[in-house]
Every structure is written in C-alpha cells, then in structure tokens.
Design a binder for this molecule. Structure first.
Ligand code: AP5
Length: 235
C-alpha cells in the first residue's frame, strides 16, 4: 500500500501524513524532511539541496529521485508508505512508477488536499517544526502544550528558513504552475481522491479516510480495509 499526498505548501501534507500513517499502519516518507535531515547531518546531498530549498526552488531530479527510491527500497518501507512532497513533477511521478514496478509494488492512491492560496500563506507564517523528528505545529491552530517545545519528543521547535519572504511565493507558484499537473496524471490512472484541506485537521483526516476507504473498496486492484480508525492522538 503506497499513497501519494499532493497539496500546495502549507496544505497540511505533513500533518495528515503523520495521522494517516498511524491510522493505516504505514511509514511516512517526506522528501523535504529527508533533505533537512541530510543538511543537519552535513552530508553533501544535504548541503547541495539546501541552496535550492532556501531559494524556494525544486531540488534537481538527479538528487531527489535516487534519494526517495533508495529509502523506499529499505525493508522498513516494504509494508507501504505515505509519500509527502514526492513526486512534484510528471517526470518524478514516472520515475516513481518505474522504480516501484522494479520492486514489485505500485502507487495505490494519490490524495489531493485542496486549500486556497491565502489560507496557505497564513499557515506557513505560523508554522513551527520540531528539531528531532519534524513534528508540525502552528502558533494559533495547533500550538504545543509548552511554548517552543515539542509535545511528542521534547525537542526545540523552530521556523523553517523557506517559510518567509520570496521563497514562499516561489514555492506556491511552482505548485500551482507545475505540481498541480499531477492531478491529471493520477486521474488518468484512476487513482486520484480529493479532500477539502480547508477545515479542521480532524475533519480533513476523516474525509481523507472516507475517500480512501471508498476508493479501495471499489478499486479493481484494491484491498478492503475494514479496520480503519481515527488515530489515538487525533482530536
Ligand atoms: P517540503 O518540506 O516537502 O515542503 P512543502 O511541500 O513546501 O510543504 P510544506 O511542508 O511547506 O507544507 P505541508 O503541506 O506539509 O503542510 P504542514 O502539514 O506542515 O519541501 C521543502 C523543499 O524541499 C521544497 O521547496 C524543495 O526545495 C525541496 N523538495 C522537497 N521535495 C522535493 C521534490 N519532490 N522535488 C524537488 N524538490 C523537493 O502544515 C502547514 C501549517 O499549517 C502547520 O503549521 C500546520 O500546523 C498547519 N495546518 C495543517 N493543517 C491544518 C488545518 N487543517 N487547519 C489549520 N492549520 C493547519
């Protein structure tokens, strides 16, 4: 079971991926988190990627595709993954399909989180991330219990360097100009579901799970998942 989450910057991909993985027993794979982790560890991949990320540009495919496919080949991801932030282009989606096919796997569902642009800007400017494991908070809509400290692992919270200034607008332009084309790509494969991302986190999750459940029950290749439930840390 592999799910692709598609949504603009700030649409809640990371937030929902964390909840979905718990609900469905999958692993979360975020390309942005992998780049940030590589930078924290000062690897050459992380340092090369950082320059693109700070400008709000896409990291080139030759760095991104290999990194994600290598992670997906890890036995820990064999039961399946929620892919957050990858693919972002048609060529990445095609490379992902080819790579998964070589592993005897496939994308089962692509889920689009639909959120208006003005709401995205408000969300990004109030976002805080934890240093240890990238748990996501918002100063107004999802504050931590103790200011500046992650509820889950106690690490420091920080604001991302690409969540301010020109980088934000550039990232949104790339999404609405290019990444949005993935909707047609997955629609043509009859794998697209959609949820209104402009509602409370718990309502978004409920809609996503309903759509997912419905899709899998009716999909030709799908398995029926009778035990879907809300994760324990939701609400
Ligand atoms: P990445 O880290 O993937 O960032 P992104 O796609 O820009 O997405 P975000 O993390 O900004 O948003 P999100 O949708 O996850 O929202 P979140 O849940 O945090 O990528 C960073 C960079 O890496 C890219 O710019 C690029 O340079 C590079 N990169 C990554 N993948 C690449 C690829 N495939 N190819 C090339 N380059 C790549 O939520 C946002 C905020 O809103 C939070 O504060 C949250 O608490 C709040 N929130 C969430 N849901 C709700 C809700 N329902 N109501 C109110 N608030 C909410």
């Amino acid at each position: 079971m592999n799910i692709v989450l598609i949504g603009a910057q700030g649409s809640g991909k990371g937030t929902q991926a964390g909840l979905l993985t718990e609900a469905l027993g999958l692993r979360h794979l975020s390309s942005g988190d992998l780049f940030r982790q590589a930078f924290e560890e000062r690897t050459s991949l992380g340092i090369r990627a950082r320059a693109y990320i700070d400008r709000g540009e896409l990291v080139p495919d030759e760095l991104t595709v290999a990194m994600v496919l290598q992670r997906l080949a890890d036995p820990a991801y064999k039961a399946g993954a929620v892919l957050d932030g990858f693919p972002r282009t048609i060529s990445q989606a095609q490379a992902l399909d080819r790579g998964l096919k070589r592993m005897g796997r496939r994308i089962d569902v692509a889920a689009y989180l639909d959120v208006p642009r003005e709401e995205l800007l408000a969300r990004l400017s109030g976002r805080y991330i934890c240093r240890a494991a990238q748990h996501v908070y918002h100063e107004h809509t999802r504050p931590p219990k103790v200011r500046g400290i992650c509820d889950v692992d106690g690490s420091d919270l920080y604001q991302r360097s690409d969540d301010a200034g020109e980088a934000v607008q550039k990232r949104l332009d790339i999404f609405f100009g290019e990444t949005i084309r993935l909707l047609d790509y997955y629609q043509n494969q009859s794998k697209l579901i959609e949820a209104n991302g402009n509602q409370h986190v718990e309502q978004v999750l409920t809609e996503l799970l309903d759509e997912f459940h419905h899709h899998m029950a009716h999909s030709q290749h799908g398995r029926y998942w009778p035990g879907l439930s809300m994760p324990s840390n939701c609400g």
